[in-house]
Design a protein around this ligand. Structure first.
Ligand SMILES: [Zn+2]
Length: 278
């Protein structure tokens, strides 16, 4: 059984062909901000039609109403509001398709094929251009009433902090995501993570958000994906120390925080897992 996996992010999108549980071909392209949704979707069919597959799983970089299988909106690329992507894939490529937001899909990928294998419940977080979260428990994603479960990015970690794009102040994403780090400090996040003095300060806010997840969910493990997590021990060492400081000894909740094992492919593997439910 072959599967087409699609990962639609803010700055790029990827298509991969799985034969069983193996990636045999893939394409990644940069997003054309000007072209918006119409441009991107027009790329899918010609790329995918070179491959033979029986089903399709999609991770979308923005809120998705899972029950209705509709994109709610994209904060990065215009023209997605209410677009029936799953219907489009069905019509154009003649295969069944299923979609969820990329943090949820990344969570499934890491839970079933990556660093979260055997850990339930699992909290997965993407620490990238933005911040997203996914809760995986007892073999499935916990989505909440309106598919917004796990969205940790707009938790207020500094209520007196700078204004966020959402209108609130000091949101987790406003304080910790790659987009804002670069705007606030004038250097890309990857560079900032090489500076131990910077990381020392950064992990204070980063740990605040994760502490909320740990207190609320008592996860067996937290997996962090996305570009910033690639900093590895330079980030995870200070982060674990800060978590142990913030989560005082009265709580016996475990502090098990590790980087994603599937690197840039968490969402593609999750899309495979999601497509298997079709
Ligand atoms: Zn916000």
């Amino acid at each position: 059984m072959n599967t087409l996996a699609i990962d639609i992010g803010g700055t790029k999108f990827s298509l991969a062909l799985f034969e069983g549980e193996r990636i045999v071909d893939r394409v990644t392209r940069s997003t054309d901000q000007e072209g918006g949704r119409e441009w991107m979707v027009a790329q899918f069919a010609p790329l995918a039609k070179q491959w033979k597959f029986h089903r399709c799983g999609i991770g979308f970089g923005g809120p998705v109403n899972f029950a209705q299988q509709m994109v709610t909106l994209s904060t990065h690329v215009g023209g997605w509001h209410g677009f029936d992507l799953v219907g489009y894939i069905r019509r154009e490529l003649a295969v069944p398709a299923v979609m969820d937001n990329d943090a949820n899909v990344g969570a499934v990928g890491e839970a079933e094929y990556g660093a979260g294998k055997g850990f339930s419940p699992l909290f997965y977080m993407t620490l990238s251009t933005g911040i997203g979260g996914g809760i995986y428990a007892d073999g499935q994603i916990w989505r909440g009433a309106d598919s917004y479960g796990g969205e940790i990015g707009h938790l207020n970690v500094r209520p007196d902090g700078p204004e966020c794009l959402c209108g609130s102040h000091g949101c987790y994403e406003r304080m910790c995501c790659g987009l804002w780090l670069e705007r606030d400090f004038g250097r890309p996040a990857a560079q900032l993570m090489q500076d131990p003095a910077f990381v020392e300060r950064y992990v204070v806010d980063l740990a605040r958000g994760l502490k909320a997840a740990i207190m609320l969910l008592n996860p067996a493990r937290i997996v962090i994906g996305g570009g910033i997590a690639k900093a590895g021990d330079a980030l995870f060492g200070p982060l674990r120390a800060e978590l142990r400081r913030q989560i005082t000894a009265w709580s016996r909740a475990r502090i098990d925080v590790v980087p994603a094992a599937l690197g840039d492919d968490s969402v593609l593997w999750g899309a495979l897992a999601l497509a298997k439910t079709l």
